[in-house]
Design a binder for this molecule. Structure first.
Ligand code: UGA
Length: 458
């Protein structure tokens, strides 16, 4: 199938590479010159496990172009995967989606049918707005045009994007047109029926079941995306709230999560207590959902509480440091992990940023490490020279520990799990370990000489 994908961010590029691997004929459009330069050289502008190798495998078959006129007219299906950044009031800004739809409609041929699919995460009602935008352009061009608009929310997780694209739990399509549903079913047929040969890096999981294609109306599809992310966000906030109480009553939240997760109605996933969620999705999507609700004058106290609990986790870690070190002024704190989660260099809304800013504000010296996110964090944090003097990025984890007053594990990167704790502790001025993700065994950390403090652990 001939496809045009608008936007080559996490969603657009992953989709382009995967659909091309499935033998679709893909043209990807992006206005960002620097991204296009990299893509034309066969280099991925995003860090995502497996994407570089898969891009190299399909690179000669994908066209990357800044031109809608080159990609759209002979496509059967057009996917919009552009960003919907938050506005000042938290609502999602759909300007780029509308603009993409407008530009698509400007180059559609009058005698062809197109399925225009919105993959970006958008407020409820956006698909309807896209229909209006397309009709406005067609009437301006004096043509009738033939476009079916559909919602196809994306559920990819950063760090697991390709795995999730090849082996999704479900595919959701919201459309009022049978033709659009049929086109999307044909698009995803190799995934729905698992007829493709898995790439060597992404073997088919042994227990994997064929994913259902759920069809519904566009508004419900848009709501499914927000509701899914908000539910996961509040599941994490719930266990973090329980973790705080565990600390008060001397219980262990990892045991509590294990015990409640065994109930099939609850399930064990997304019950890892710690520093909570960051990234480009939960913070933005929960705020956007509250924005949608506010427009209707509807209150969502559960969603609000999930956000409050989440951001409190960051403050609580700094409080723990304060309580063991008495003052942070002049103290040297080591930070392990800057990315909002492992296997990505994405630092958007990362807990590390808030924690580092607070430590610097209280006069601490910060030594920070991350396997790949240092350049992004440096850009985000090096705002003033004064801060620059007290913020150091260190490439080696053991070197980072040297002469520090405390270490804080912020992101649970795999290499941190394997650090020699005894060696770390020996390097430090005072061997204090705040484990913001409950990665280490408290007993092992204490045996290694640490004063160990986890999240919700006795
Ligand atoms: C999330 C959803 O999982 C995807 O399904 C969705 O498509 C995506 O948002 C999106 O809307 O684009 P993502 O933000 O990449 O994906 O990452 P998650 O793996 O969901 O983790 C989000 C945050 O929650 C991370 O900061 C992680 O450290 C934290 N988390 C996760 C916990 O604190 N505890 C857990 O048990 C699980």
């Amino acid at each position: 199938m001939k496809i045009a994908i608008i936007g080559t961010g996490y969603v657009g590029l992953t989709t382009a590479v995967v659909l091309s691997y499935l033998n679709h004929d893909v043209a990807a459009v992006d206005k960002d010159e620097s991204k296009l330069t990299l893509l034309h050289e066969g280099k991925s502008p995003i860090h995502e496990p497996g994407i570089q190798n898969l891009l190299e495998e399909v690179w000669h078959t994908i066209r990357f172009t800044p031109s809608m006129a080159e990609a759209v007219p002979d496509a059967e299906l057009i996917l919009i995967a552009v960003g919907t950044p938050p506005k000042k009031n938290g609502e999602a800004d759909t300007r780029h989606v509308e603009q993409a739809a407008r530009e698509v409609a400007q180059v559609c041929l009058p005698d062809r049918h197109y399925t225009l699919v919105v993959k970006s995460t958008v407020p409820i009602g956006t698909n309807q707005r896209v229909v209006e935008v397309v009709e406005e352009v067609f009437s301006g061009r004096g043509i009738r045009g033939n476009v079916s608009v559909a919602s196809n929310p994306e559920f990819l997780q950063e760090g697991l994007a390709l795995q999730g694209a090849f082996y999704p739990d479900r595919i959701v399509v919201g459309a009022n047109s049978d033709k659009a549903i049929d086109t999307l079913r044909r698009l995803y047929q190799p995934i729905l029926e698992q007829t493709f040969d898995p790439p060597s890096e992404f073997p088919r999981p042994s227990a994997y079941h064929l994913p259902p294609l759920m069809t519904t109306d566009p508004n419900s599809a848009e709501m499914i995306k927000y509701a899914a992310n908000t539910f996961l966000a509040l599941k994490i906030s719930f266990i973090n709230e329980i973790a705080g109480l565990c600390e008060e009553v001397d219980a262990d939240v990892t045991e509590v999560a294990r015990g409640i997760g065994l109930d099939a109605r609850i399930g064990h996933l997304f019950l890892r207590a710690g520093l909570g969620w960051g990234g480009s999705c939960y913070p933005k999507d929960t705020a956007a959902l509250l924005g949608v609700a506010a427009q209707s004058g509807y209150k969502m106290p559960i969603t609000e509480a999930a956000r409050t609990v989440n951001f409190r986790q960051r403050e609580r870690i700094v409080e723990k440091l304060r309580s063991v070190l008495h003052t942070l002024e002049g103290k040297t704190i080591g930070i392990f992990g800057l990315a909002f989660k492992p296997n990505t260099d994405d630092i958007r809304e990362a807990p590390s940023l808030d924690i580092i800013r607070e430590l610097l504000a209280e006069g601490a010296i910060v030594r920070a490490h991350d396997p790949i996110a240092i350049p992004n964090a440096r850009r985000a944090l090096n705002e003033t020279h004064e801060i620059d003097n007290r913020l150091h990025f260190i490439e080696d984890a053991y070197e980072l520990a040297y002469d520090t007053d405390a270490l804080v594990l912020v992101t649970e990167w795999e290499p941190y799990h394997k650090l020699e704790l005894r060696r770390l502790a020996k390097q430090m001025k005072t061997a204090i370990l705040i484990d913001g993700r409950n990665v280490y065994s408290p007993e092992e950390a204490r045996t290694a000489g640490f004063h160990y403090i986890g999240v919700g652990r006795a």
